[in-house]
Write a protein that binds this ligand. Structure first.
Ligand SMILES: [Zn+2]
Length: 230
């Protein structure tokens, strides 16, 4: 099914190329309103997870997810820039345990959290990083007080819509501009002259954490993205 990104944050992160015949590469940002691929319609959940992870990472904290989410969902989170899965961390819950790197809390609010962290520090006098398990909505509340967030759900809303025609999309990362080639075909950006990157492709890089990371890094500084019809 040919799809466009119809409703959600100004920039979403594409994930789930394995459910598509043509699509962006996993981890590629897509602009609100933009056509992006020929995919199974339930891909909205994967795009939503990837987009949520990117938004939380922009708050300056690490993002982890649980393996219990499922394989597709974990890969989507990596496409959004996730730092790892909870089950692979050295951590304890609510209390410091000898040698762990992280202590995971599930507090009601930041006041409860910071006082709990100090109490544990006083008792053990050992270093640890603070993680909070929380939903997308509450992650914003805790982000200024923690090293990392374990996202438990409540993903950002992403809606897709069915479209008839999938144009070629050429991207200038420098200008934050996608050219939707309904009429003319372009090779270079009309503003800066740089060569355009083809966004929608049948290329399928390996589905690995390292590949997801490198694509995420390539686009980490893209903070604005709009499209122009040519
Ligand atoms: Zn340009």
């Amino acid at each position: 099914m040919k799809l466009a990104y119809a409703r959600g944050p100004p920039i979403a992160v594409f994930a789930g190329s394995w459910k598509c015949t043509v699509s962006p590469i996993d981890g590629t940002p897509i602009a609100l309103g933009e056509p992006f691929g020929d995919c199974e319609p339930d891909i909205d959940r994967l795009i939503s997870i990837a987009t949520t992870v990117r938004i939380i990472k922009q708050m300056g904290v690490k993002v982890f997810i649980s393996r219990e989410l499922g394989e597709d969902e974990v890969d989507a989170a990596y496409a959004g820039g996730a730092d790892g899965v909870l089950e692979e961390l050295s951590f304890s819950r609510d209390e410091y345990r000898d040698g762990v790197q992280f202590v995971l809390f599930q507090p009601a609010d930041p006041v409860e959290l910071v006082n709990r962290v100090r109490e544990i520090a006083q008792r053990h006098k050992k270093p640890f990083d603070v993680l909070v398990a929380t939903s997308f909505e509450n992650a914003k509340v805790f982000a200024p007080y923690v090293d990392g967030v374990v996202l438990t759900g409540g993903w950002v809303g992403v809606e897709l819509t069915r479209i008839d025609h999938l144009p070629e999309v050429g991207r200038c990362v420098h200008c934050g501009m996608d050219f939707l080639m309904y009429g003319n075909s372009l090779k270079r950006c009309v503003y800066c002259g740089r060569r355009l990157i083809k966004v929608i492709t049948s290329t399928r890089p390996p589905r690995s954490k390292a590949v997801f990371r490198s694509v995420f890094k390539q686009y980490v500084n893209v903070n604005r993205l709009r499209f122009k019809v040519v």
